[in-house]
Design a protein around this ligand. Structure first.
Ligand SMILES: [Zn+2]
Length: 304
């Protein structure tokens, strides 16, 4: 099995082939074993604990809100029982006493992987609905179908599906050294891999070469795919690569990177240990929930 990072490893059966079955969906909504996860301003309701857990709620008290037009969706089935998500932002209904709304990034480092993945799925979908309420073809307000997994336009009949934005994230390496950079646009950013959105008409490997050349001036010979990670801020899919550089001369684009430099495997291992211990200093590494941390860790450990 491949390694799985934060927001990966979702244990639910997504039942994508049944989402459009309205009668089946109606039965799930009425079933006593069904549960719903609540999110307010994209913060999920969780129960405190070690680890924190999703504060699943019975559906009945929330059906009024769901039927009244609040954003909801079917996340999937857990052992045959339906799991929904509901956006309660601004709702007058009081928050259940057994939970509190928490920050998704912070929770991802504390929760079991499967639970974080379920909440990442909920966050990405609720945010997509919030940003895509109108038909991108003709501008008419669209309506929700397929248990929250499709929006249809009543005017031009266009169908719109949740978007996933591929991002390449790569560790340039040259022999026993790797290149890490600090993002120029995020205050307090720590050292991490280089990254950028894939553009239309590009393969992942071509995007790796383009981004590395643009940001650091390095030429990449080969790009080796390692792993991917859903990153629901709002809808990225991080595609992780090791990029073999052909030389070490840097020409840094300071609009993208505050700085970038070469590190030895021993230096990276020390940074991995510091960031795993929660050291957030700027000369530290991105936190373990980030695939950039994991790519650097695996390279420094001699895996590549
Ligand atoms: Zn339309």
């Amino acid at each position: 099995m491949e390694e799985v990072y934060a927001f990966g490893g979702n244990p639910l059966d997504r039942v994508s082939e049944r989402r459009a079955d309205a009668a089946w969906l109606g039965a799930l909504l009425d079933h006593a074993d069904s549960r719903v996860a609540l999110l307010s301003e994209l913060k999920p309701l969780v129960r405190a604990g070690t680890p924190p857990t999703i504060a699943w709620q019975p559906l009945a008290p929330w059906r009024g809100l769901m039927d009244g037009g609040a954003t909801w969706l079917l996340l999937g089935l857990a052992d045959g029982r339906a799991r929904f998500a509901l956006d309660v932002t601004g709702a007058a209904t009081s928050v259940p006493a057994d939970g509190a709304f928490g920050d998704m990034r912070a929770l991802a480092g504390e929760m079991d992987g499967g639970a974080a993945a379920i909440l990442g799925e909920a966050r990405a979908l609720i945010d997509w609905h919030a940003r895509h309420g109108f038909c991108a073809v003709c501008g008419t307000r669209s309506t929700v179908h397929s248990a929250g997994w499709c929006r249809r336009c009543p005017s031009c009949k266009g169908q719109h599906f949740p978007r996933v934005d591929p991002v390449v994230i790569m560790l340039p390496v040259l022999g026993e050294r790797c290149l890490l950079g600090r993002n120029a646009r995020r205050a307090g950013a720590r050292f991490s891999c280089l990254a950028g959105f894939v553009e239309p008409g590009e393969t992942l490997e071509e995007a790796v070469r383009r981004e590395v050349r643009e940001e650091s001036g390095l030429i990449v010979a080969r790009a080796h795919y390692v792993a991917s990670q859903p990153w629901p801020f709002p809808s990225s899919l991080m595609c992780g690569f090791i990029a073999e550089a052909t030389g070490d001369e840097l020409k840094i684009d300071h609009s993208e990177l505050a700085t970038a430099r070469w590190f030895s495997r021993a230096e990276v291992l020390a940074m991995v240990a510091r960031s795993t211990a929660g050291d957030g200093a700027e000369d530290s590494l991105a936190p373990p929930i980030a695939i950039g941390h994991q790519l650097a860790r695996r390279w420094a450990s001699g895996e590549f």
